[in-house]
Every structure is written in structure tokens, then in C-alpha cells.
Design a binder for this molecule. Sequence first.
Ligand code: NAP
Ligand code: MG
Length: 519
Amino acid sequence: MALRLKPFRNEPHLDFSKPENVRKQRKAIEEVRKQLGQEYPNLIDGKEVYNREKLPSFNPAHPHEVIGVFQKATQRDAERALQAAWRAFEEWKRVPAEERAQYLLKAAQEMRRRRLELNAWMICEVGKNYAEADADTCEAIDFLEYYAREAIRYAQPQPVTPVPGERNEYFYIPLGAGVIIPPWNFPLAILTGMTSAAIAAGNTVVVKPSSESPMMGWLLADIFRSVGLPDGVLNLVIGSGSNIGDFLVAHPRTRFIAFTGSMEVGLHIHELAAKRQPGQLWIKRTILEMGGKDAIIVDSEADLDAAVQGVVVSAYGYQGQKCSACSRAIVDKAVYEEFLHRLKPAVHALRIGDPADNFDVGPVISERAKESILSYIAIGKKEAKLFLGGNPVGDLDGHYIEPTVFVNVPPRARIAQEEIFGPVLAVIKANSFVDALRIANGTIYGLTGSVYSRNPDKLRMAREEFHVGNLYFNRKCTGALVGGHPFGGFNMSGTDSKAGGPDYLLLFLQGKSVSEKLT
Ligand code: NAP
Ligand code: MG
């Protein structure tokens, strides 16, 4: 029975300017709050596994509030999970792509049904406001719908050139059992995207969520279990990178690693995975999506109000904790003063507070993140001029930092070069559009970027010269959509895997050519 699917479309985001949507989301948060502090198992070969050592998850807006208590997986658990994945692979690789796709489509349906609840957990576990959490859940749904279709597409016979006297075929087969290592900042979307792509392609996985967002890991595993995904196809182990991450990456039976996170950890995984271990039969495949130091260029011919709005949303949305966040505004000297003049009230207008009450700016993820961001603010005070913010928010319970702006930042300053991953913007003055492009390209990263200009010649120039994986014109540099904006960066931003694009599933497949001599 052939599956008839409508063309992929993005899941529409909820409009939280409508009071009834706010009311519904608030109610879902209340429901979730009644369930805080419960205990959740790991899932290995379909079995719930409990351990002596626990790993609690905390609410960054109320650091003493426990979201859930998770099982700190041991290396033995990780080993069992990987063996279970290999056992399940023998069956799963033979399941037709259409049938595999069905599990993803059912999981998408389940996410739609539980959408406000998923948003609510995310709001409490990682401190997203309503719109940010909902966009994350929508992106997870999009990945499921998109990769389901992609799995079917890649399962078709591939074209080959006719060769006289032969019958030739070319097709794709999965890789085997791999490891999925996501970050906490898109705790449902990226987790779901990497996991579902791998299994849609016919692989089996061990998923190690970030220890900052284990609840979202549990929810995804639970959703796939609820739609009947066979045991062992998705195994969940909660634990830190140093605890089980390294073990899984180095394991000779790990076939591939899909990672999204910081450059430091990505490079470490790259190195560790490259080393052949005793008994290892393959070169491990690594898909590594890493950090950014993303810039918005504000040209002398820009619509300044639009540019200010784009910079503010990109710099402070989810407290700047996005790989795509604008951390540098590179402004032509002709409009520099006017830009700052308009930026000031826009940043002041941001309301800081508990994401459960849907404030614009919430807490950063952890005390450690807060310390790290504050240390960059201290560095910035030596390198440039503090223009706005710069302080922790003392009268709030969580890990809050004011939206911060540094101005007259030298392009080579550390705060203009290193990923801070918090609500800190460096404003840099450029002498010309060409100078702005040179500054924009002057970091080790190359993830997202944006240009505000009314001059089509300048946009044409940026299209060629601005070396980023995701370039935007006259709009914010965050909020890539599955299908519309395949996502991934150049240089130290990663392997340019282009999540949510037509090449992504191929990363989880290998091509096989079969040629038969005709007699
Ligand atoms: P991170 O600290 O690099 O951690 C990412 C994941 O790697 C976590 O699950 C982490 O587990 C795990 N890990 C840490 N050390 C490991 C090791 N030695 N071996 C194996 N796994 C290990 O990054 P994060 O703080 O979660 O996320 C923020 C970073 O992600 C930023 O740099 C951001 O730019 C980047 N990011 C990039 C993209 C993209 O598409 N390019 C998208 C989103 C985020 P534990 O934390 O539990 O130890
Ligand atoms: Mg937390």
C-alpha cells in the first residue's frame, strides 16, 4: 500500500498575542507543575532501567525546583544500549521506508496532540518563553514530517547510466547503530531532528540528551514508545558527556555520531571518533554542528527601524542562547550613531522575568552559564564601552542577566570573536559595506548572518562574499525553518550538515551499487 502524503508544510506557530492561546499555555504549565519532581527511567531495549545514582533536572527560573529525577546511566548501561541497538538493527534495516516513515508521522501527530504540554515542560526545564518553546515544538514536528518524506524519497531506486550487457542498480542502505548527542538549547527540535533522521533512514540509535534537558529526552523516547516503535531502535541513556558521552563516541561498535553543541566538544568528538579502536570495522561517520559568532550588517542604506528590530530579536531571543543568535551588529559609520539611538529604547523595552509568565527575556540555562557570560561581560568592559545592561538581575531568583550591549567594539576583541552564548551584543563600527563584510567574515565561525540594506547591488555582493551557511537579507538571523532554510554552518560552525534540507538524510545512509552481467 503506497503512502500518499501531502507535500511538506511547516507547522504553523501559535499566536500568543491572542489571549486564549496564552490562557491555554498557562493552564498546560499549571498541569505540568503538578507533575514536577517525578522520577523517570532510561529506556534500553524497550525496558525501563533505574539506577542508584540519579541526575536531577532543575528549572533555571527557580533553581531549587526539580523538574524531574533521572537515572545517571553507567558505562554498562551505555554498552547494553549500544548492543540492543545493533540487535534491533537486524530487523529495522529490513522494514520498508514507508513503514519507518509511519512511525515518524505518528510521533508528529502525538506531538501535535501534546503540544502545549511539551511547550510547558520546555518552558520549565530550559527557560523558554511561550513563543520560543512553541517554535521549538513546531520545529520538532517539522523534522518528523520532513524526514518521513525524505526516507521514502531516498528509498527509491537511483538513476544509473545504462551499460550494455549489464543490469545495474544503485540504492541506499543504512549505516548501523549510532549515537545521538544533542544540546539543551533546542531541547526538543534538535533532539528530534537528529534522532528521527537516523531512524527514518533505517539506523538504530543510542540517544544521550544534554544533562541540562533530560526531560525533553524522556518525552521524545516516551512518544516514540507510545506509537509502537520497536524495542531497541531508540535507546535512551541520560548522563553527562564525560560520564558516558566519551565512552559511546570511542566505542568500536559505534557506527556514526550525530552531534550538535559547542565547537570545543565537537572537535573533541571528531578527534576521538577518528581514532580506530581495537576490533573496529569502519571509519566512524561524524555529523558535527557547532557554535557561531553570527553577525548582522546594518548598511548605510538600511531601513534602520527594521534593522534595530531584527538585531534585538536575534540577539536577545531566548536570551541569546541560540547558535544562530546575533552576537555582532556591524554598523556602517554613516548610520552608527542613529542606530545606537534607536537601539537603546528597543533594548530597554524588553521585559525580564519568569518564562512561565511569558516574559521577553528569561534566565540563562545554569549558574555555570551565568558565570561564564558575566566573565565575558567583565572582559568586554576592558575591551570596549558598555552601553546597556551588564548586570545580573539581583531581585529575581533564577539565573538572569540583563540584555547587554557593548559599543565601539574592536573587530578582533574577544567579545567580538568568541561565542558567549548569552544576551550580549557587540556593536562594531564599519567604514564601508566592504569593510563590514570583511569584519563579518573575520571569525573562525560561519553559521548565520544577515544584511539590512535597500541596495540590491550590496545584497548581491553579500550573497557571494558573506561566508555563512545561512544568510538572510532584511530579516532576523534566527528562526530557520525546516525545508525552507536548510540549516548548518561553515568553518568552525561544523560540517554544514544542513538539517531540514534535502541532503541531510544522506548523511545517515551509504550507497550500494549492484551490477549483474546479462548472459
Ligand atoms: P555542549 O556543551 O557542547 O554539549 C552538547 C552535547 O554534548 C551535550 O549533550 C553534552 O552532554 C555532550 N557532551 C559534552 N562533552 C562530551 C564528550 N566529551 N563526549 C560526548 N558528548 C559530550 O553544548 P551545549 O551547551 O549543550 O549547547 C550549546 C552549544 O551548541 C553552543 O555552542 C551552540 O552554538 C551550539 N549549537 C549549535 C547548533 C548548530 O546547529 N550549529 C544548534 C544548537 C546549538 P552534557 O552537557 O550532558 O555533558
Ligand atoms: Mg535545567
